[in-house]
Design a protein around this ligand. Sequence first.
Ligand code: CDP
Ligand code: CDP
Length: 224
Amino acid sequence: MLKGITIAIDGPAAAGKSTIAKRIAKKLGYTYIDTGAMYRALTHKAIVQGINMDSDNELSDLLRQTEIVLLPVNDTQAILIDGEDCTEEIRSQSVTAGVSKVAAHGTVRKLMVEKQRDLAAGMGVVMDGRDIGTEVLPDAEVKIFMTASVDERAERRFIENTKRGIHTPLEELKQAIENRDKADSEREISPLKRAEDAILVDTTSMSIEEVVDEIVEIAEKRMY
Ligand code: CDP
Ligand code: CDP
């Protein structure tokens, strides 16, 4: 019998995780959970309220008082922070520049992981982030570690930004991606790394459809 399984997708910035995860969830009728958006939501609120980003205590207190809702809207996902739509705001340059610092704190991560496990409980789920296969859902039936060369990832972000009317130079984007990957991979708590049992998918020269098909095929084999 077909059963709802959990699919964990981790990898560096702009590898295509959320684009692919969303499409897989749609194909399989599963729930998509964007954990990066949750860290971004906390970072956005911390910036607005002038919270000290070096303080795990202040940030985790803020998180306890914050309602973060991931709301499916057509083919995308809206992010509500305390009931307010902040989907665009959480992608701002200042949030992107600060999020790895916020995400490095121990209590912040502990609270986020609890929320993420609650959201995933008892249903078919595709969850993407940095520590899903290693920490949040270590028993996920499918674990993918998605990568692409840094030049390709910067190029993809550049094209995406251009469509959104944002004109950051390509070199600047590449540098920001490299900095974030370094911070995420070198932090002490739950760093970005490939789980031992994760399947490596290098998407550098793959189209979105090819990646989706490959992962759906892997997932379907685990459903019976
Ligand atoms: O989409 P993009 O690759 O730019 O990043 P994201 O998935 O929105 O994640 C933003 C940041 O949140 C990452 O750079 C990490 O610092 C943090 N993050 C994390 O630490 N753990 C996760 N499970 C997801 C995101
Ligand atoms: O979630 P993550 O940061 O890993 O990446 P994303 O935001 O899903 O993807 C970054 C950009 O790459 C998006 O504009 C995707 O449309 C694009 N992309 C692509 O061109 N080819 C792929 N195989 C995957 C994503």
